[in-house]
Design a protein around this ligand. Structure first.
Ligand SMILES: [Zn+2]
Length: 315
């Protein structure tokens, strides 16, 4: 089983405090219970660490050890993606700048956000580019991003990192933890299904095409023979939140749909899904019409038997 960030940090605290990991975990749960569950596991872990007099202020952490809410965080990593610097106007009318990048080490990668003009200048001057190793200190975790303000340090490093994790990290989360822009994985029940919606795409670029007097036209490829596609909207619930999800054509068979054209079997297939628990991965985006988060699913998976047996044994 892959150890998650939480497990890693528990181990780190346990080691620093000279206590068992189970003891730290017990204290975390007790703290959460005392606060009526209003605090996350990660938040409670930080309180426990502080109570034990442990901080990671002077320690360089691995990226997979970073947890939401951490402050005074230090990492070393390679810039694997650099986005153009953006300017914005504050409510007061001041013009500010922000720079986003993805930084990776041997364990993971993370989105890093720079707000300080001195740091951003390094990018504008071309001193910080993709492929360069940087040192970050005194940064703060906001959700799953690392943010640097004027008290943070950001500089080129002399260190070399060879094998960095470049794949996008998909974290397993609960629905209530979903944030716009996240790549996430969740284990949830299907509580509602909707009628499939059909549309047509260009066979070349897979963009949506509409029918005109002359057949189907693609902006790029002109007159094309359309491909019919389908999507299905679901409502997912994992006990923390209900969220709308969209499952596209490619993943409908994993969901158990075989024939979408036959109304009778479609009804049966939809019925079978209700109350079924599965894994879903994808991206969270804002549904502009409902103005709430929507989960664009790009992977559907069964809960495997080993996993279920493990869960049953726990209870
Ligand atoms: Zn096209």
């Amino acid at each position: 089983m892959v150890m998650d960030n939480y497990e890693r940090i528990l181990e780190k605290i346990a080691k620093s405090a000279n206590l068992d990991k189970e003891e730290i975990e017990r204290r975390v749960e007790a703290k959460r219970a005392k606060l009526s569950g209003l605090i996350s596991k990660e938040g409670a872990t930080q309180i426990i660490a502080a109570e034990l007099g442990i901080n990671f202020d002077d320690e360089v952490l691995k990226i997979e050890e970073l947890l939401p809410g951490m402050r005074k965080t230090n990492i070393i990593g390679k810039v694997i993606r650099l986005f153009p610097v953006r300017t914005f106007t504050t409510k007061k009318g001041d013009v500010g700048k922000v720079a986003n990048m993805v930084v990776a080490d041997e364990t993971s990668n993370i989105k890093v956000v720079l707000w300080d003009t001195n740091h951003i200048e390094l990018i504008e001057k071309g001193e910080v580019q993709e492929g360069i190793v940087i040192e970050i200190s005194n940064a703060s975790m906001r959700d799953n991003e690392l943010h640097l303000g004027s008290f943070s340090e950001f500089k080129k490093s002399k260190e070399n990192i060879d094998n960095v994790v470049t794949e996008r990290i998909v974290k397993e989360k609960t629905l209530v933890e979903f944030r716009i822009g996240d790549a996430s994985k969740v284990r949830a029940f299907i509580v509602q299904t909707f009628e499939p919606r059909f549309f047509n795409v260009c066979p070349e670029c897979k963009k949506k095409v509409v029918s005109g007097s002359d057949g189907f036209m693609c902006d790029k490829h002109g007159k094309v023979v359309e491909q019919k596609r389908a999507l299905i909207n679901l409502v997912l619930d994992d006990g923390t939140e209900t969220t709308r999800a969209v499952v596209f054509h490619e993943n409908l068979s994993d969901l158990g749909f075989a024939d979408l054209e036959n109304a009778e079997s479609l009804g049966e297939q939809r019925q079978k899904l209700l109350g079924k628990e599965m894994f879903f991965s994808g991206n969270v985006r804002l549904n502009k019409f409902f103005n709430n988060p929507e989960f664009i699913v790009d992977g559907v998976g069964e809960l495997d038997m080993d996993f279920l047996i493990g869960e049953l044994e726990k209870n």
